[in-house]
Design a binder for this molecule. Structure first.
Ligand code: 6GU
Length: 247
């Protein structure tokens, strides 16, 4: 997968050199390209923002550098068109389903806004040539789209074949489509079997795989009820068995 990131802070993305994503980049599984938006400014101060029409606080990102940046970044691959992601707190909620959907794309471009956002005409113009979506990573406000882009790139990258060591761990994750749809994971344990007076739940030492699966599913339901009651309404009644209803 190719991922282009346009930002006024390319250094923000240094973490993409680390850990599993860094390894996936070095092995060629993910081709991440960073672009400094100010490359497409031509004044002495490399201005990327201006005051908002209609007044109000803050600054708005100017359309011209963004138009040129998107033309340059998305125009250089013969025939291919990327999907453009605009991280913004006013976007649609980014979910695991979106991560799965975006992981099936060959090419993503992230346009990181700062200040009060990017002039709205940039998204309209880009949509003439490519699919565009505005996505939010949660109900809080960040200073810009960079941290949100890091979050989305990590959520997408770990779903690509070969990026994670263990493909099984993706299927067992909280929110994983299938068995863990709309459930968060319950508690996990490793050795020693007793630590500071606390025992690991005996079922996990029993060797009965059926009983372990049942216990994990019950714990996931319990934790979802406690921490995310909003998700319980979304559990598929067909995949809820009688024992689930008793938890
Ligand atoms: Cl995608 N961007 C910004 N600036 N703030 C956010 C966000 C995105 N998602 C939640 N808050």
């Amino acid at each position: 997968m190719r991922i282009d990131i346009i930002t006024i802070f390319p250094d923000y993305f240094a973490p993409l050199d680390l850990s599993l994503i860094g390894k996936a980049r070095r092995s060629g599984l993910i081709d991440v390209r960073l672009h400094d938006l100010r490359r497409w400014t031509y004044d002495r101060h490399h201005t990327v923002d201006d005051t908002p029409y209609g007044g109000g606080p803050g600054m708005v990102m100017k359309p011209e550098p963004w138009g040129e940046a998107l033309d340059a970044v998305t125009g250089d691959a013969d025939g291919a068109t990327p999907r453009l992601v605009l991280p913004t707190p006013s976007g649609l909620p980014f979910t695991q389903q979106d991560a799965v959907r975006l992981a099936a794309e060959p090419w993503l471009v992230f346009a990181c806004g700062r200040y009060e956002g990017i002039d709205a005409r940039v998204a309209v113009d880009a949509a003439r040539r490519m699919p565009v979506e505005e996505l939010s990573i949660g109900d809080y406000v960040l200073n810009g789209g960079e941290a949100a882009t890091l979050v989305m790139v990590e959520a997408v990258s770990r779903l690509l074949p070969g990026v994670l060591g263990n493909a099984e761990s993706v299927a067992q994750d909280s929110f994983a489509p299938g068995m863990m749809d709309n459930l968060v994971e319950g508690p996990v344990y490793t050795k020693p079997a007793v630590w500071r007076g606390q025992e690991v739940p005996p079922v996990l030492l029993s060797g009965h795989h059926g009983a372990v699966d049942r216990w994990r599913r019950d714990e996931a339901l319990r934790k979802t009820a406690r921490n995310r009651p909003d998700l319980l309404d979304r559990l598929d009644p067909d995949t809820l068995d009688r024992r689930d209803r008793e938890v």
